[in-house]
Ligand binder design. Structure first.
Ligand code: FAD
Length: 288
């Protein structure tokens, strides 16, 4: 087990993201995916958390299982929306006891049906959770970064100011996915203008279905470029779409690595195929 801040200090990391499965069958798929990805020796893997605590126990169980049963360093995502300080303390104590050392501190999104009376909990922004975890002690703490701005940000300057403030107290950032590397490099430059050079790991989502990725891009505020739509539309069938998705993601990973990124974080959607193909295509650039 290792702290991600230490791993980043040793050179570019490669990491994979999973989400807690909802059914027994999906749990088996995730178990197989982790077994297939373990031989790639990722620097770390992360497990998402359902905002408001909907996956609280499942996230913890998977993170602790990875720590106990594999050689991979896990990171637990943790959102603060809807949680009290006492609940967060209990979750952190639990992770500390299990030897977990890495947390991605997020605000999360209130439920879609949250009305004006929704109880947001004791935290207003992710930066407050970062400070709380730092005070608790013992964890390497990451935060979310949105290269194309967070959808709730009123403008670019405000987004970058709050992002820089959050990164200044965190150990590292991990980004929302994007399809053009320039979005990432521009964000890094803008944060640096605030005097902040905390490493920010770009998040890469290989396209595996045009409909699904367009929906995810809409929700996350990522621009879905015309050239990508054209390349995907020219693909004859779903298998060809997935192949284009892998090629496009590999090309962007190369560009990011050439630009000196501190790591690559691949969104796996709990499947191993795309990740393994990208990893193989990148070859020695990621230590394979
Ligand atoms: P914040 O940093 O709090 O930012 C949210 C908004 O508030 C931004 O517009 C920001 O500019 C603004 N803001 C920040 N500070 C201030 C301030 N002091 N005053 C005024 N405005 C301010 N969601 C989940 O539910 N579970 C997950 O596991 C999960 N994992 C994620 C992993 C990654 C890598 C990323 C990029 C996102 C993830 N998310 C996850 C989504 C995330 O929770 C949402 O994007 C959420 O809406 C914002 O979270 P945040 O941590 O960026 O919030």
């Amino acid at each position: 087990m290792a702290k991600i801040s230490d791993l980043l200090a040793g050179g570019p990391t490669v990491s994979f993201e999973f989400f807690p499965p909802k059914t027994d069958a999906a749990a088996l798929t995730l178990g197989r995916t982790i077994a297939e990805l373990e031989p790639l020796h990722p620097s770390f893997v992360s497990v998402t958390y359902g905002a408001g605590g909907s996956t609280r126990h499942r996230t913890r169980d998977i993170v602790v299982w990875i720590a106990r049963e594999t050689d991979i360093t896990p990171m637990a995502h943790l959102t603060c929306v809807g949680h009290t300080r006492a609940e967060i303390t209990e979750i952190l104590e639990n992770y500390r006891e299990a030897g977990i050392e890495n947390i991605l501190a997020l605000y999360g999104d209130p439920p879609a049906d949250a009305g004006p009376d929704y109880d947001h909990g004791d935290f207003r922004y992710a930066v407050e959770l970062v400070e709380f975890i730092k005070e608790f002690g013992g964890f390497s703490v990451g935060v979310a970064a949105h290269p194309e701005l967070h959808p709730r940000s009123p403008d670019r300057a405000t987004d970058r100011r709050f992002l820089a403030e959050k990164l200044a107290v965190a150990d590292f950032g991990v980004t929302q996915f994007f399809f053009e590397a320039d979005h990432y490099f521009r964000m890094v430059e803008e944060v640096a203008e605030h005097g902040v050079t905390t490493p920010i790991i770009p998040g890469i989502m290989p396209v595996n279905s045009v409909k699904a990725i367009k929906r995810m891009a809409e929700l996350s505020g990522a621009h879905f470029p015309d050239w990508l739509a054209e390349r995907l539309t020219a693909a004859a069938d779903p298998a060809a779409v997935r192949q284009v998705g892998i090629e496009v993601a590999t090309e962007m990973c190369r560009e990011l690595l050439e630009g000196g990124v501190p790591g690559l974080h691949l969104y796996t959607l709990n499947r191993s195929n795309a990740t393994r193909e990208i990893y193989a295509a990148l070859g020695t650039a990621v230590g394979s």
